[in-house]
Write a protein that binds this ligand. Sequence first.
Ligand code: HEC
Ligand code: HEC
Length: 215
Amino acid sequence: MRISTVLLVAIFGVATSAAAHAQDKNKGKADFSPQELKAKVDYCKTCHGLSGQGFRGSYPMPRLAGQQPEYLVNQLDAFIERRRNNPVMFNVAHVLNPQMEKALADQFKDLDPKPLGGAPRDNVAEGKKIYQEGIPKSDIPPCASCHGDDAKGRDAFPRLAGQLHDYIYRKLTNWDKERGQDKAKPDSSAIMQPIAHSLNDAQIKAVAAYLSYLE
Ligand code: HEC
Ligand code: HEC
């Protein structure tokens, strides 16, 4: 647990400076109506599913339902600042102001649809073991130590419960090409980098399958 304590201190520093930054940007008053917020949420749902449960199109659109608001806002900012690389979400996010980001995050937090499912079930038990115990011989800490026993996340640590298995697979196999892309602005993605790297393909599939069925 010593390693993750160091990492937690690191993320706490990141989260605090992000919060200070958000406060700075937040000085203006909310400048949208409830109707505008609803229209925006409906727009997000065209890709992320009517209950925020995620959707499989030509690629997997992640579940947003029940996501931690702090994590969700961090990711929107990461897309805008191109710390996280995704052209679709850059286009969606760069028009949002901080109050709208926060309001959107609060809307998705309260949704609780059933997981979309669809993963093979034969490696779910192996995935559960990895999630709860980590892989000591590869220096991989228990996922639960950061993402929570129930995988619901906390603050800047994302919820993983019910997330699409194919989305999780793509993120963990592509971490270095998508996250932490601005070397001058290291962010909370650095905490996951060594973990994503150390997991092999079969381990990623197993843990992704396990998580995708959690409610
Ligand atoms: C045109 C489709 C589309 C629309 C509309 C859209 N998204 Fe996305 N969103 C995506 C895709 C695709 C990804 C996955 C990006 C990736 O693979 O990294 C994503 C990822 C995200 C993520 C990161 C999730 C995670 O678990 O890290 C957040 C947060 C997000 N979207 C929020 C929103 C919000 C809020 C809206 C509405 C304002 C919205 N999206 C509208 C397609 C869309
Ligand atoms: C030391 C803390 C820590 C541990 C242990 C940890 N994670 Fe993470 N994880 C994070 C943080 C922080 C993020 C958010 C990264 C960001 O802000 O870009 C994250 C993000 C993720 C994401 C991306 C979620 C999304 O919606 O895009 C996945 C998938 C993930 N972790 C899976 C795992 C798995 C599987 C394990 C165990 C093998 C694990 N994590 C262990 C801290 C941790």
